[in-house]
Design a protein around this ligand. Sequence first.
Ligand SMILES: *Cc1c(COP(=O)(O)O)cnc(C)c1O
Length: 355
Amino acid sequence: MPEFEEYVEEIKNLWETRWLTNMGEKHNALQDKLCEYLSVDNVSLFTNGHLALEAAITVMGLSGEVITTPFTFASTTQAIVRCGLTPVFCDINPDDYTIDVNKIEELITDKTSAIIPVHVYGNVCDVHKIEEIAKKHNLKVIYDAAHTFGVRVGDQGIGLFGDASMFSFHATKVFNTIEGGCVTYSDSSLTKKLQIQKNFGMADQESYPEVAGNAKMNEFQAAMGLCNLRHVDGEIKKRKAVVEHYIDRLDGIDGITVWKPQKGINHNYAYFPVVFDEVKFGKSRDEVAQMLGAEGIFARKYFYPITNEFECYKGRFEIQQTPIAKKVSMEVLTLPLYADLAISDVDRICDIILK
Ligand SMILES: *Cc1c(COP(=O)(O)O)cnc(C)c1O
């Protein structure tokens, strides 16, 4: 959170304008600033990331099947299914947990209309190979970029890849607007379509070309974003120091695989996933989580269960097995990570794990 006074200062003039939502001054200012910060051509703001993803899927006019991975937060697969599409689950690669690009093509059928990969934990998918496959088979690509706010591939913003990307600004993410999110995209003709999607299908006050709901970002959310954007680089720097200390303490321990930066990527240090091999380490992921919990430290089993095991999908469509995603989901734990996490607390967490 920003300092209380900074936020109060930012929202003060709303008591004069009385303009609280519906694409106000704060909303428009944040949209412009995010175009710049993310180095993208277009940003469309939403009240949360999930509805931003559903809107992106809808405006692409997809049908039939969408290839995606089950190693993600519920939102990715739920958005696909809620949009009336069939998810086809592709396994992940064991190094960075993103979609295994060598397994995509065997899943393509004449019903496939898109690929929705996930830059999971802030790790960047093989964007070039995915683009090549999509071009060859005439598929749309929408990235779930919820974890990759501010991530860069060389000097390119991560939101430049694919037809669109969705970022989440939820309170738990690297950058937050309390709740919030956006779609970034290159084709400017999508601007109007996304606007209609977030505003009841309304083109103007007397014209409703689409069936749609309400997903607008309000002025108080945008004001939070304007404040937090001033500090996000500092936050990422502090997160980096926390992650580097975790790596110092845990890398090289038998049975532990720690998160490592990818080559050529400017990371945002969103998550610190650690994989425990029960046989080599001597304790299972669940046992480690329990022992940390007993000390008041709440690590999360991100991502367990994988989405192709959700009971709500049983019997609805064919479920592809994804053995690598399954294995990682049984062994992974994301350790506590936030900018103000004290190095002494990182040591305490690591001491408990190593003991
Ligand atoms: C957080 C998250 C979302 C949803 O974003 P909200 O802003 O919470 O709606 C989608 N996908 C992934 C991978 C996420 O982590």
